[in-house]
Design a protein around this ligand. Structure first.
Ligand SMILES: [Zn+2]
Length: 463
């Protein structure tokens, strides 16, 4: 059973500041969490946070804390009406990395009361923050028994994963990677589940690198079959695959199995909008790469990653050719999106008009052609020129960015690389800071909401 707690980078910083004050005494906060609930996986995502003021606690010492619950009565009312969970999180400033006997007694009492308010029997959680910001915790079930949280994930400028009791195992093929990034980073890669949506030009070299870096599990999503025109850029595809119209995800998955690096691969030959199973598989990912052209697909991923607090890398290539061998411009970009911050929309990657056109093109191509001819709708790029060297460069840039978020190695702090645009014709790279962009206030309100109907509040997905 996977029991996960997910926290946005912003909330993690707020918690650190509140729970680890300079007086060295314990402190407490309570969060309202969205849920992802399946048979084998239960995730809680912090949606809203209430800090219990230090000076209102009845007693605060370095090893003990009693506090009033009047600040969180509105949370009790919320869980009485909707499928949300309560997380209680306090600190152990002395670094004690277990729940104490006092914790056991106070948690039993607290969660007994929480279940009294709950609309359903689904679990809630208690967690502890240690002096370095690490979080561990446990889920409380309806009969008040508890089970440890298997992984705590923080999706911020850096991607932090806290797992307890895992032993490091060495893989010979990873020796050179470990020499560069160390055992801890390799272990983190090995425990990652990464979703890649779009397995063509930028997707295929992204997948290849993830596998060879040692990522444990990969989810591949792409609706298309291999065609001859793809062979100029999709790794490991052959003329035979094109002649047999083999699904891209199947060809790539087979080649990964042949590598023999024990990567677990799950595939979905589908458009994102057509399969709730593919979307739910993405929810279970620790990181998602969007490697597709369609604006509505990128939009969906940005929204999904906000609801479920998942770090998201968006890759885009713009290659303007005149069709007779002349190149006007080659430009490629990587966007790193984290919950509660900016989005592809607020960064100006596309507009709501682009989104409308893209969605019309997908849902009703003939009507789209009509509207386009009458100039009522914007042009959607299909069958754009594509070249392997450009795709590989931007895929490598994205993977280096992932590594930099897990194990910062670049000169400036990770927030300085929220977006990178590589202009290959003019030979320069522009990096933008997360603070250069406006926060997407709409998505911020949705962050960590988890399971809702319709799925991520997109009516079309109410399958
Ligand atoms: Zn404690």
């Amino acid at each position: 059973m996977k029991l996960q707690l997910r926290v946005s980078g912003e909330h993690h910083e707020v918690l650190k500041a509140h729970l680890l004050p300079s007086d060295g005494k314990e402190a407490v906060a309570v969060a309202l969490c969205g849920r992802f609930y399946e048979n084998d996986s239960i995730f809680l995502m912090i949606h809203d946070l209430t800090l219990v003021p230090h000076d209102e606690c009845y007693s605060r010492e370095w090893d003990i804390l009693t506090w009033p619950t009047n600040h969180i009565t509105h949370y009790f009312e919320r869980i009485n009406k909707s499928d949300l969970a309560i997380l209680k999180i306090h600190s152990h400033p002395g670094g004690y990395d277990k729940f104490s006997n006092t914790d056991d007694i106070s948690d039993a009492e607290f969660f007994d009361s929480v279940f009294g308010w709950s609309i359903n029997d689904k679990p809630h959680a208690s967690a502890v923050m240690l002096p370095d910001g690490e979080i561990f915790g446990r889920f409380f079930f309806h009969d008040l028994h508890s089970e440890p949280i298997t992984k705590v994930c923080v999706a911020g400028d850096t991607i932090l994963h806290y797992t307890k009791g895992k032993n490091f195992t060495f893989d010979d093929f990873a020796k050179r990677t470990i020499q560069a990034f160390g055992e801890k980073t390799y272990q983190c890669l090995k425990e990652l589940t990464v979703g890649v949506v779009g397995c063509s030009g930028t997707g295929s070299p992204t997948i290849e690198q993830l596998v060879r870096l040692g990522v444990g599990k990969i989810i591949l999503i792409d609706p298309d079959t291999v065609e001859l025109k793809n062979l100029n850029r999709i790794l490991n595809t052959t003329v035979e695959d094109a002649q047999n119209s083999k699904p891209k995800v199947e060809v790539i998955a087979n080649s990964i199995k042949k590598f023999g690096l024990n990567t677990i691969v799950e595939t979905f030959q589908t458009n994102l909008y057509d399969s709730i199973y593919a979307l739910k598989a993405l929810v279970k990912c620790d990181v998602i790469f969007g490697c597709m052209d369609s604006v509505d697909g990128r939009h969906l991923l940005n929204q999904l990653c906000s609801f479920y607090l998942i770090p998201y890398f968006d890759l885009g290539v713009k290659l303007e050719a005149d069709g007779t061998g002349g190149i006007n411009k080659i430009c490629a970009s990587v966007h790193y999106l984290q919950p509660r911050k900016s989005s592809l929309i607020t960064r100006g990657v596309y507009t709501t008009d682009d989104l409308k056109a893209s969605s019309q093109f997908r849902k009703n191509p003939s009507e789209y052609e009509n509207l386009k001819q009458n100039a009522y709708i914007k042009n959607v790029n299909v069958n754009s020129p594509a070249v392997i060297s450009v795709n590989m460069q931007i895929a490598s840039h994205a993977i280096n960015e992932l590594l930099n978020r897990i194990h910062p190695f670049k000169a400036d702090s990770p927030d300085s690389y929220a977006a990178s645009t590589i202009d290959i014709t003019e030979a320069y790279i522009v990096n933008s800071n997360e603070n250069d962009f406006h926060i997407d206030e709409y998505l911020k309100k949705k962050s960590g909401k988890g399971d809702v109907l319709p799925f991520i509040e997109i009516a079309e997905l109410s399958i």
